[in-house]
Design a protein around this ligand. Structure first.
Ligand code: NAD
Length: 350
């Protein structure tokens, strides 16, 4: 498997986006967001998405030079028209806007309309936590396919509906971050399992007839994912389908009115408007340390906190490079060649 450095992947991704019509700054910010996602270990939402986004640009589903515009705002809330540009840009601008609103009002809430795929939600929640806020990001919709069956059912009627939560902890610059789909996993993880030739764990996938399967290929053939956590995740999944979807001007994915996209609601709570920020950080840190100190149960090496896997992955991959399945690396190089983009010599690529 080629191991490619983050900087090489950003350069390739950025150059492809520029060649496909994106301005320099947008191309860089989107490529960087994708590669940060690889660094955090979520390859399903990383550089592999360049191929999808370029297809969307070619179909005019994604307008690479579009920049978000405020559609309406009142008090602590705003609706941002992302104008079918890159979702990452809409979400980055929306996050900055939510932080400004929260500075002024104690709370800020921004709804992203006409927004494309936003990628890894943790990025936005985390950036609010770095500003000493609680960040909550709720997303529904899809640019790929309707893929999640309700608990107890055998027909996909929902999206993977992810959410991210982040808050400042301790004295360092590393927030406490929870970031996942309310489906058992993100859609893209099935693709990644396929490209790596791996079967899926039991209890996650149904085939097109609603029978349990571990074969990721059956997902491409009309199969579906389940919500996480049986009926509890199912309930959350339903709420997530409705709240960001409708508040952002979209409809549930099962509706004939649904348009492709990733409706996203960004919520910022300014801690100092509610509590003493140092006490908040201190208590959060103490609590997390108590959780980490719990003796592991049989079959576990340690109690892991949300966010720890991503931090460890980032530390390792920043050092060793990002392992890309050969098929993904080849597709990326082919796309680069089609746009006349040089693939730089990379000391880590093998
Ligand atoms: P996942 O199932 O890998 O779960 C990730 C979360 O669980 C992280 O917070 C991680 O730290 C935590 N975690 C993992 N193992 C743990 C353990 N053993 N103990 C404690 N915590 C643990 O993630 P996913 O649902 O496949 O989502 C992956 C990424 O895809 C996320 O970044 C998400 O935002 C993104 N996503 C985006 C969309 C979209 O439409 N834009 C859709 C789905 C997912």
């Amino acid at each position: 498997m080629p191991q490619v450095s983050a900087s090489t992947l950003v350069t390739i991704g950025k150059s492809i986006f520029v060649a496909a019509g994106a301005p320099d700054d947008i191309a860089h910010d989107v490529a960087n967001s994708l590669v940060e996602t690889n660094l955090s270990g979520h390859d399903s939402h990383g550089i592999i998405r360049v191929m999808l986004y370029v297809d969307m640009i070619r179909n005019r589903d994604l307008l690479p030079s579009a920049r978000p515009q405020l559609r309406q705002g009142s008090g602590a809330i705003a609706s941002l028209d992302c104008r079918r540009g890159f979702g990452q840009i809409g979400a980055q601008v929306g996050t900055a806007m939510a932080a400004e609103l929260a500075h002024e009002h104690g709370i800020g809430c921004v709804a992203l309309e006409n927004v494309n795929h936003v990628g890894r939600l943790g990025e936005y929640a985390e950036s609010l936590a770095r500003k000493r806020m609680v960040g909550i990001v709720l997303t529904s919709g899809t640019v790929v396919r309707v893929s999640v069956a309700p608990w107890g059912g055998r027909e996909p009627l929902m999206s993977t509906n992810p959410m991210a939560w982040a808050l400042p902890a301790g004295t360092g610059d590393t927030p406490f971050v929870l970031d996942y789909a309310t489906a058992v996993v993100a859609n893209g993880k099935v693709q990644v399992a396929l490209s790596e030739g791996r079967a899926f764990p039991e209890g996650m996938l149904l085939d097109r007839d609603g029978n349990p399967t571990t074969d990721p290929a059956s997902f491409l053939n009309g199969g579906m994912l389940l919500p996480f956590g049986t009926y509890k995740g199912h309930g959350l999944s339903l709420m997530m389908e409705l709240i960001p979807g409708i508040l952002c001007g979209f409809s549930p994915v099962s509706s004939t009115r649904f348009r492709s996209g990733n409706p996203t609601l960004i919520l910022a709570l300014n801690i100092e408007a509610f509590a003493e920020p140092e006490l908040f950080r201190e208590q959060t840190q103490e609590f997390l340390e108590r959780i980490k100190a719990v003796a592991p149960a049989d079959g576990f090496d340690e109690v892991l906190l949300p966010g720890e896997k991503e931090q460890r992955s980032k530390a390792e991959r920043s050092r060793t490079g990002i392992p890309l399945p050969r098929i993904v690396w080849n597709e990326l190089c082919d796309l680069a060649a089609a746009y006349g983009v040089d693939v730089p010599e990379d000391p880590v690529a093998a």
